[in-house]
Design a protein around this ligand. Structure first.
Ligand code: OAD
Length: 294
């Protein structure tokens, strides 16, 4: 933690990239996906899906959208969940002019609620703030369909009486491409001078067109190469850029660090973030940022 604080304080560090996953929101009361027992994928029995990831599978959604909308009722950012110290720590990085971009896989909207400006965010797995008709593509504001979803109804396109397609929040499903903003990484990662990887298993399956092609052709090479665009971002920095993992357990390349500048701090991320804030002399800054916003 001292080492990382020293890096953050050093003159040369101006472009920090944060890559985040569901583990940063567990302290806000939202379960992650894959933690055995508590993760969402172990607790989907009531939705009666044939396999856990079916709730976010585009093919399955077209045959039965109900499980997704039932789950969306719980996941919809509705003010029930609040950002925690980890989100505010990233906000502090931004306030200090150190945050180049935050790439998040989360769809809980807590980064925005913590006041991280949308231009600093890449919501790689989409967001509930907008939605689209799955038939005609008409764009809707997420707020327009929120009431329907919270009441347990399936939102339908009103464009013409002929459409009546299902409106889906712009969450990236398996089988869909990532948002265009994801490709900011081509410019951002070479400029990054510290990468913070937080609360993610780095096992992301954000399947793209390539994946669909690979699934059809059963081509394992294409599969292994293309199905983990988010996880593979960690390797898009320069080889000398320090990378820090803050996660319950070591994951991805941090299990067998191949770079001398790789660091891991395992354990509860809220604890680690408070320790890091202390090492940076940011305890009050973090506290004030949280209090001002909450
Ligand atoms: P996962 O559930 O796969 O991983 C969460 C990671 O956070 C795990 O390694 C946990 O050990 C860790 N973790 C949980 N609580 C923690 C805590 N309090 N402190 C420290 N670490 C903690 O979640 P993601 O990596 O975000 O896709 O999953 C990626 C994607 O898979 C999701 O965006 C979702 C899913 O399919 C879509 O929704 C499209």
């Amino acid at each position: 933690i001292e080492d990382v604080a020293r890096i953050i304080k050093s003159e040369g560090v101006k472009n920090i990239i944060v890559m985040a996953g569901a583990g940063i929101s567990t302290a806000s009361g939202i379960p992650d996906f894959r933690s055995p027992g508590t993760g969402l994928y172990d607790n989907l029995q009531k939705y009666k899906v044939p396999y856990p990831t079916a709730v976010f599978d585009l093919d399955y959604f077209h045959s039965n959208p109900k499980p997704f909308f039932e789950l969306a009722k719980e996941l919809y950012p509705s003010g029930k969940y609040r950002p925690n110290a980890v989100h505010y720590f990233v906000r502090c990085l931004h306030e200090r002019g150190l945050l180049l971009r935050m790439y998040t896989q989360n769809i809980d909207g807590l980064e925005r609620l913590a006041g991280i400006p949308p231009m600093k965010l890449v919501e790689a797995h989409g967001t509930f703030t907008s939605a689209s008709c799955t038939k005609c593509g008409k764009k809707y504001n997420g707020e327009t369909i929120k009431d329907k979803i919270l009441k347990g109804a399936t939102p339908r396109c009103q464009l013409t009486p002929l459409c009546y397609g299902i409106i889906k929040p712009d969450i990236v499903f398996f089988g869909e491409d990532l948002p265009k903003r994801f490709y900011y990484y081509l410019k951002d990662f070479p400029a990054c001078d510290l990468l913070l990887v937080m609360g993610t298993s780095l096992q992301v399956r954000c399947y793209s067109l390539y994946f669909t092609a690979a699934r059809i052709t059963q081509c394992d090479f294409i599969l292994s190469y293309f199905v983990e665009p988010f996880a593979s971002l960690v390797d898009s920095t320069r080889a000398t850029t320090p990378r820090l993992l803050l996660n319950m357990v070591k994951v991805g390349p941090f299990t067998k660090p191949s770079r001398r500048t790789d660091l891991s701090i395992t354990g509860d991320i809220s604890d680690s973030i408070h320790k890091l804030a202390d090492a940076l002399d940011w305890r009050e800054f973090l506290q004030e940022t949280m209090e001002a916003h909450e």
